[in-house]
Design a protein. Structure first.
Ligand SMILES: [Zn+2]
Ligand SMILES: [Zn+2]
Length: 400
């Protein structure tokens, strides 16, 4: 082996540093919400094609999904490794989850492992999956259902947050739309003739607040009134709630779902409205792999000198992939500022030089973990064993 793996990873990411910064800022400057990430997708695909990679667009029927593929010059008979890039933004606050950085960390990892395969004569295939709509809907689930990830041996992605971790056990989540149908009336001349759909929505949210007292520590319920009437002097005949429920484990989600549906029904009963519940999308919990995550954390700790943080909270459509594929969802510290995701301050930090450098360091670290799987048979056996054990622990979980 003429070139060391670590130096191959570092040099390709360092060489691409300025280009990756440009990609990240282009995506950050033009935030596009889920399934509307046309420019971000185009920017990434153009870059990969300019680099000479084969890229398939419009994957799984999603116009903003893509797959880039590189087959080692030594042949495809080794591992099939995949990385995920996300690039959707949040309504109102732009890249408050730092998906511009997830986009470039995926590109950096793809370039690094392609270079390792080429320079170190390692057979295998590496793919970059451009996965849209993580913040709403879950593009990865559509791609999973359509077979886009079939044949993958190892899947990885990185996500910025406060603190780092290779063992993020994310929450299962279910998103619901709840509609209440009442009867409009003049709010002063004949309020007794109306059936107030806005009141039903209010009762539903207040009762969910009361229910929260008896929920487990790793369960979450939260939502908004998306439509609650149009004028103060009209009894609203229609109201709509957008609501999300989350649990630590998949087999708990049905329990919370039943209790939540009873509350929504009670609000209809109390007000005389009719109601309709539509289940929008569901994410499974992320099954961490202690061997992959352990090496990731060990390498991160040797740089940052602080222990990993295993916070509870948040969900990802990568969770659905983790139940099928050996995977690592690596978290890293965005900027050392302790700012939570989904805030305007996180949006600001996601374009900083510091966040960029930390993203590239996390990519170099995850690249070392992926490369270890490629070259160390006994490590790879441990990784597979850990995955099987984790799956057995959760075998009673529901499929989604
Ligand atoms: Zn987010
Ligand atoms: Zn995110």
């Amino acid at each position: 082996m003429l070139v060391s793996i670590d130096s191959a990873i570092d040099s390709v990411i360092d060489d691409a540093n300025a280009e990756l910064r440009k990609l990240s800022l282009a995506i950050h400057n033009n935030p596009e919400e889920s399934l509307k990430e046309e420019q971000a997708c185009q920017t990434l695909v153009d870059y990969l094609e300019r680099k000479g990679f084969k890229v398939e667009r419009n994957v799984a029927g999603l116009s903003t999904a893509f797959v880039a593929t590189y087959v080692s010059p030594s042949g495809a008979q080794g591992l099939n490794v995949g990385f995920c890039s996300e690039y959707d933004a949040l309504p109102g606050i732009g890249h408050g989850c730092g998906h511009n950085l997830i986009a470039i960390s995926g590109v950096a990892l793809f370039l690094a492992i392609a270079r390792v395969m080429e320079a170190c004569w390692i057979p295998g295939t590496v793919k970059l999956f451009g996965t849209p709509a993580e913040e709403a809907f879950g593009g990865k689930i559509t791609m999973l259902d359509q077979g886009t990830f079939d044949g993958t041996d190892l899947l990885m992605m990185l996500h910025p947050t406060a603190g780092y971790s290779g063992a993020w056990h994310s929450q299962c989540c279910l998103s619901l739309d709840v509609e209440y149908f009442g009867k409009a009336s003049h709010a002063a001349m004949a309020p007794w003739d109306g059936i107030n759909a806005g009141t039903a929505a209010n009762i539903a949210l207040l009762t969910m607040g009361a229910l929260r007292e008896q929920l487990k520590p790793d369960w979450r319920t939260h939502g908004i009134i998306a439509e609650g009437g149009r004028a103060a002097n009209v009894i609203p005949d229609y109201a709509k709630i957008k609501y999300t429920i989350r649990t630590g484990w998949a087999n708990e989600l049905d329990i919370l779902r039943e209790r939540t549906l009873r509350v929504f029904e009670a609000a209809a009963l109390a007000t005389g409205c009719t109601h309709k519940v539509t289940e929008e999308f569901a994410y499974l919990d992320n099954l961490d792999n202690p061997v992959l995550g352990g090496l990731y954390e060990e390498l991160m700790q040797s740089e940052y000198r602080v222990p990993p943080e295993r916070g509870v909270g948040g969900s990802t459509d990568f969770g659905n992939l983790s139940h099928k594929f050996i995977s690592l969802h690596g978290m890293y510290d965005l900027a050392g500022t302790r700012v939570p995701n989904h805030t305007i301050e996180f949006t600001r930090d996601a374009r900083s030089e510091e966040a960029h450098e930390r993203t590239l360091f996390a990519a170099k670290t995850a690249g070392r973990v992926a490369a270890r799987c490629l070259v160390d048979q006994s490590f790879w056996s441990q990784v597979k064993k850990a995955h099987d054990e984790r799956r057995q622990q959760t075998s009673g979980d529901r499929e989604m």
